[in-house]
Design a protein around this ligand. Structure first.
Ligand SMILES: *Cc1c(COP(=O)(O)O)cnc(C)c1O
Length: 359
C-alpha cells in the first residue's frame, strides 16, 4: 500500500534518435470518482493496464542488464490551491548527470522540467490529482498525498552486453502514501555493500537497487525498518540508507552527514536539509563518520529522501548491539527539520528559497 503503483492515465514518452522526439500517451481510464467506485478487482486491472506498452521491446539492455537510470520527485497539493513540484531543476540536473554516467545520450534539463510539469497538468486536467486537506496539518503532513513523478530511461532492443544509444525517456505518475511500512522500527547496519569505489553508487542507476531491496528485505525479517550501509573498503564509515541519505545529530551539537563521493547518491532532500539546518544556526558538517563514532556520539538520527522526507531512525543495531537515540522516539531537531521541509513543500509556510515550481 505504502508505495504501490497506482498509475495515472497520461504518460510522457520521448525517444532519442539523433534528437529527442516527444509525445504524451493517454491510457484507458474513467473518471477518478468512477474508478474509485469500481469493484476492487476491476479497478486494479484497469490501473495495471496503464503500465503496458506493446510497441516497446521486451529484450533490451534495460530489461536484461539493468541499464537504466531514474528519478523520483513529487508534485504537492498547495494550501492555497493547485500543485507545485519541489526543486525539479535539481532532479533534471541529476538525471542528466546519471545518463552521462551510463554513457546514455543525456536528456536536456529544460525538457525534463517542462515534461514533469506538463504530465502532471495533463493528468490533473483529467481529474487525476490529489486535493489539499486541512487535516494534513495536524500531524505535519505525515499522511498527506502527493503525485509521485517517476522519470526513467528504457533502452532499445538488443541482447549483447552493450550500452544504449537510442533510449526512451518515460515519465509516469502515481499516487504515494507514507514510505516506511508500519510496524517496523529502527535500522540495522547491513553486512552487504551497496556501492563500491569506481562503481555506480553516485548514479540513480536501476542496477544499484537490487542489493538495496535484498538488504531491506533481510532487515525487515528481523523487524527493522531500514538498513544502513558502511563503506566497501574499510567497512568502517557510514554511507547511507537503502535509498535515503543519513544524518547524525551529535551530542556536541554538530549535525553530520557523510560527505559525497562516488559511492553516495547526492540527495536533493539532503542538500535542502543542510541549507535549512544552517539557516537555523546549526553547525552542519559533510564529513566521514565512523560507525563507532555514530553509535557513541549520536543524540538523534534520521534519513532523508523524497519519499521518506526526514524520517527518524530511533535505534541502530550493529553486530548484535543496539543503541537507542533520543529515548527511542523522534528527536526534536528531526521533528523540526521534517516539519519545516513539509511546510515549505505543501505551501503552509512561505517558500523564501524559491524551491517550489507551480504546475
Ligand atoms: C534517491 C536516493 C536518495 C535521496 O535522494 P532525494 O533527491 O533526496 O530523493 C538517497 N540515496 C539513494 C541511494 C537514492 O537512490
Amino acid at each position: 500500500m505504502a508505495f504501490s503503483l497506482n498509475s495515472y492515465p497520461v504518460v510522457y514518452r520521448a525517444k532519442y534518435s539523433g534528437a529527442w522526439e516527444e509525445g504524451y500517451i493517454e491510457k484507458p481510464h474513467k473518471t477518478q470518482a468512477e474508478e474509485a467506485a469500481l469493484p476492487e478487482v476491476e479497478r486494479e486491472r484497469l490501473i495495471a493496464s496503464r503500465n503496458y506498452f506493446d510497441d516497446m521491446p521486451l529484450v533490451g539492455y534495460s530489461t536484461q542488464y539493468g541499464l537504466s537510470v531514474f528519478e523520483g520527485l513529487k508534485a504537492l497539493p498547495q494550501k492555497d490551491g493547485g500543485l507545485a513540484i519541489f526543486r525539479p531543476g535539481k532532479n533534471a540536473a541529476r538525471f542528466f548527470r546519471s545518463m552521462k554516467g551510463l554513457y546514455l545520450p543525456p536528456f536536456p534539463e529544460d525538457l525534463f522540467v517542462k515534461a514533469c510539469l506538463e504530465v502532471v497538468r495533463r493528468n490533473a486536467a483529467l481529474g487525476f490529482t490529489p486535493k489539499y486537506s486541512q487535516d494534513w496539518e495536524k500531524d505535519s503532513f505525515s499522511q498527506a498525498d502527493a503525485v509521485y513523478i517517476r522519470p526513467f530511461t528504457y533502452s532499445e532492443g538488443g541482447v549483447g552486453v552493450k550500452l544504449s544509444r537510442e533510449p526512451w525517456v518515460l515519465i509516469v505518475c502515481t499516487t504515494v502514501g507514507p514510505y516506511f511500512e508500519p510496524g517496523l522500527k529502527g535500522a540495522e547496519v547491513s553486512e552487504r555493500t551497496r556501492a563500491t569505489p569506481n562503481g555506480t553508487g553516485w548514479i540513480k542507476a536501476a542496477s544499484n537497487y537490487v542489493i538495496s531491496a535484498m538488504a531491506k528485505h533481510e532487515a525487515a525479517q528481523r523487524g527493522f525498518m531500514e538498513c544502513i550501509y558502511l563503506d566497501a573498503l574499510e567497512r568502517k564509515y557510514v554511507e547511507e540508507g537503502s535509498s535515503c541519505n543519513i544524518f547524525f545529530y551529535l551530542k556536541s551539537g554538530e549535525l553530520v552527514t557523510p560527505e559525497l563521493g562516488d559511492t553516495i547518491l547526492p540527495g536533493i532532500t539532503r542538500e535542502s536539509i543542510i541549507e535549512l539546518a544552517r539557516d537555523k544556526g546549526i553547525n552542519v558538517s559533510e564529513r566521514r563518520i565512523s560507525i563507532d563514532e555514530a553509535l557513541s556520539e549520536t543524540r538523534e538520527c534520521f534519513v532523508s529522501g523524497t519519499a521518506a522526507g526526514a524520517a527518524p531512525i530511533e535505534s541502530l543495531t550493529y553486530k548484535g548491539r543496539t543503541v537507542e537515540f533520543s529515548g527511542g522516539k523522534r528527536g526534536d531537531l528531526t521533528a523540526e527539520i521534517h516539519d519545516t521541509i513539509k511546510a515549505i513543500q505543501y505551501g503552509r509556510i512561505a517558500d523564501s528559497k524559491g524551491w517550489m515550481v507551480r504546475v
